[in-house]
Design a protein around this ligand. Structure first.
Ligand code: NOJ
Length: 533
């Protein structure tokens, strides 16, 4: 297998608006990111993924862009942006940015023109029809919005304020390629490609039998032509990392996007876990890992993540925050860093930050949650019931500010934070974590160090054992020089197994574990061990 820096990298996601506020306006900003680069570097990560910071009315936290080549004032200025890249490179790290080109903001001058008349030259830059079909969008009951002035409907996969671009139009594509070069020439090292699998639309927009299953939105014919053209015109001319957000793409289709022979993307996020596995389900998870490993191995590259700014924090969703927060955080970290693929850490994950539960819908900001709430209330449902239903997977769960210390506002801002701080910041914060050698933070650091020193963790084959076991997840990684066995007890009970056929517990070298216990056949709740055989 060919070796590349982005396979060996560990990526740290910075949701800047919740990272560190340097000017007291209540929003994190790029200057705040600069101030904490040494902290990020101290973990050992190689790449920072920065969420969108372009000019935007901000109805979807920057994913509704109104000027692709300007920095939004909340985040800072172009000068700060430029300095951020320099400071990242000076620390021998790289930075990738979001490329959000399935849609723009409805305030983007292109859309303002497009909606001004049916014969405007930009009309065809978006998707207009005389009649809607029955599709649902991600954030609202219909993908179509009627435009009074010109008497037609426009298409939006997300919110009404996020009209989809018409990728069939070559002028649109050329303009996007120009924008991509604009940022690459400013020194960025790649793109996290937002909603990239949904650029191509189904011809004729046929009604769906079951409109609730919105998979018609993505992975449609035409997508690979666009990605190959993008690669030919832009991507292949730079040394970069491209990771596609591939909703609706199944394991067997993954190679179509990332097989290196096809010259499209380097790696991907699939959503079989975050979108389809609400709670921890061991057998389902094992089957997902196996299918993706078998379809990608030797052809393309996977990514490993269990949370991000769209998905509830992993300890809250999959672990146990009441009794085993530290243990479960370390156990999942061990898994994410030893499975095949590039690991992604979402800010705060490294100190075991938890999902939040505010008291009222007013405390929430996320457009997905608020729109769904309104829709359900509109059906005369009980508001409290609807609210409770939306809480577990609400996107704001993971968007609360970074908890730096036990001071006011967790050290995040001197002003009023744009979203409330998680009240547990006095116990869970970076300052605490740095003072405790057993903290989750130091465990992440060790995992990352281990990855740097042992290529088997990156390029080794993956072979699961005890496949039907519902508590234990165990697998070998092997690269011809070394063979490792990772064993994880992803449960709240002790789990005793006979390990003798896989490993001699006395002889094997225990490289890392999250408990200080004798090496017995019994694994404690959320115990994780990595053995070199
Ligand atoms: C995926 C992003 O991660 C999410 O935050 C955003 O709302 C949608 N794409 C639309 O851009």
């Amino acid at each position: 297998m060919d070796k590349t820096w982005w396979k060996e990298a560990v990526v740290y996601q910075v949701y800047w608006r919740s990272f560190l506020d340097s000017d007291g306006d209540g929003y994190g900003d790029l200057e705040g990111v600069i101030q904490k680069l040494d902290y990020i570097k101290s973990l050992g990560v190689d790449v920072i993924w920065l969420n969108p910071c372009f000019e935007s009315p901000d109805v979807d936290n920057g994913y509704d862009i109104s000027d692709y080549c300007a920095v939004m004032p909340k985040a800072g200025t172009m000068e700060t942006f430029q300095r951020l890249i320099e400071e990242i490179h000076a620390r021998d790290m790289k930075m990738i940015m979001d490329l959000v080109v399935n849609h723009t903001s409805d305030q983007h001058p292109w859309f303002v023109e497009s909606r001004s008349s049916q014969d405007n030259p930009k009309r065809d830059w978006y998707i207009w029809r005389n009649e809607p079909n029955n599709w649902r969008s991600y954030f609202s009951p219909s993908t179509w919005e009627y435009d009074e002035k010109t008497g037609q409907y426009y298409f939006h996969s997300f919110a009404v304020e996020q009209p989809d671009l018409n990728w069939k139009n070559p002028e649109v594509r050329e303009e996007i390629y120009r924008i991509m070069k604009f940022w690459l020439d400013r020194g960025i090292d790649g793109f996290r490609m937002d909603a990239i699998a949904i650029l191509a639309k189904q011809d004729g927009f046929p009604d769906a039998e079951n409109p609730e299953d919105i998979s018609y939105l993505g992975n449609n014919p035409g997508i690979h032509e666009y990605l190959q053209e993008m690669n030919e015109k832009v991507l292949q001319h730079y040394d970069l990392l491209t990771v596609g957000e591939l909703a609706f793409v199944k394991a067997e289709e993954g190679p179509l996007y990332v097989d290196r022979e096809r010259k499209e993307l380097h790696t991907l996020f699939h959503f079989e876990v975050c979108d389809y596995m609400e709670n921890w389900d061991m057998l389902q998870f094992k089957s997902i890992q196996k299918r993706w490993y078998e379809s990608l191995w030797g052809r393309g590259w996977n990514s490993q993540f269990l949370n991000n700014h769209d998905h509830t924090r992993l300890v809250t969703r999959f672990g146990n925050v009441s009794t085993y927060r530290e243990e479960s955080a370390k156990c999942f970290a061990t898994m994410l860093h030893t499975l095949p693929g590039t690991p992604y850490i979402y800010q705060g994950e490294e100190i075991g930050m938890t999902g939040v539960r505010f008291d009222s819908i007013e405390d929430y900001n996320d457009i997905a949650m608020k729109n769904k709430y309104k829709e359900e209330i509109g059906k005369r449902r009980d508001p409290q019931t609807v609210f409770e239903e939306l809480l577990p997977l609400a996107r704001d769960n993971s968007r609360t500010p970074m908890q730096w210390d036990a001071n006011k506002n967790a050290g995040f801002t001197e002003g009023r934070p744009w979203i409330n701080i998680n009240p547990n910041y006095k116990e869970i914060n970076v300052e605490e974590a740095l003072q405790d050698q057993n903290s989750i933070y130091y465990f992440y650091k060790k995992l990352i160090e281990l990855r740097k020193q042992n290529q088997v963790m990156i390029y080794g084959t993956y072979e699961p054992v005890l496949e039907d076991d519902e508590e234990i997840y165990a697998y070998y990684r092997e690269d011809g020089q070394e063979k490792w066995l990772v064993i994880l007890n992803i449960s709240e009970e002790d789990a005793e197994r006979d390990w003798s056929q896989f490993v001699s517990l006395e002889d094997a070298e225990l490289l890392l574990g999250n408990y200080d216990l004798p090496r017995s056949n019994t694994l404690a709740p959320y115990e994780a061990r990595i053995y070199r055989l």
